[in-house]
Ligand binder design. Structure first.
Ligand SMILES: [Zn+2]
Ligand SMILES: [Zn+2]
Ligand SMILES: [Zn+2]
Length: 169
């Protein structure tokens, strides 16, 4: 084993100065594409050419709201804990569908109807039909979703009712 060629590699590198217009052309290739995807967040309005980019952008919006409503099925996000707490209060206090029979208040109309259709709500249903001919569905307070009073003056019972004595109609 022993060659010892020692031959010097001929330095025949022909250096070509690359000043062809092809490189300059590459930087100009980022053509303007139509922004097809717009951020749905109110007040943002950022536009994106790819759905992938919009998805990443939306994630950044979510991270701005670290406080999330713990109410099942809601999951609304809030930037400030104060706002989140106040929102969660709404879930507890707004029960715009009262049962005239047992004075229980329901947050949703289908919950009230289910109560009226159940065996336990049979008496309530009779009473309700006497008070509101046509059934409870004809009296949906759609527009009046405002709370009647602050949580300090009206405290709902933990089991869901306001108490028959406090709210006489
Ligand atoms: Zn946005
Ligand atoms: Zn909520
Ligand atoms: Zn009832």
């Amino acid at each position: 084993m022993g060659g010892g060629d020692g031959g010097a590699v001929p330095m025949t590198v022909t250096r070509v100065n690359v000043t062809t217009p092809s490189t300059a052309d590459a930087s100009q290739k980022r053509r303007k594409q139509p922004a097809n995807f717009q951020c749905p967040v109110p007040g943002c309005g950022s536009t994106f050419t790819r759905h992938f980019n919009l998805k990443g952008h939306l994630r950044s919006h979510a991270e701005e709201k670290p406080y999330q409503c713990k109410w099942p099925g809601c999951g609304k996000g809030f930037a400030r804990q104060h706002d989140c707490k106040r929102h969660e209060q709404l879930h507890l206090n707004i029960r715009p569908y009262p049962c005239e029979g047992c004075k229980k208040n329901f947050a949703r109309m289908d919950a009230l109807n289910r109560h009226l259709r159940s065996e336990g709500g049979a008496e309530c249903r009779k009473l309700q039909e006497e008070l509101t001919p046509g059934g409870p569905t004809s009296q949906t307070p759609e527009g009046s979703s405002e709370p009647v009073a602050g949580p300090s003056s009206m405290k709902p019972d933990p089991d869901g009712g306001w108490g028959a004595g406090g709210l006489m109609l």
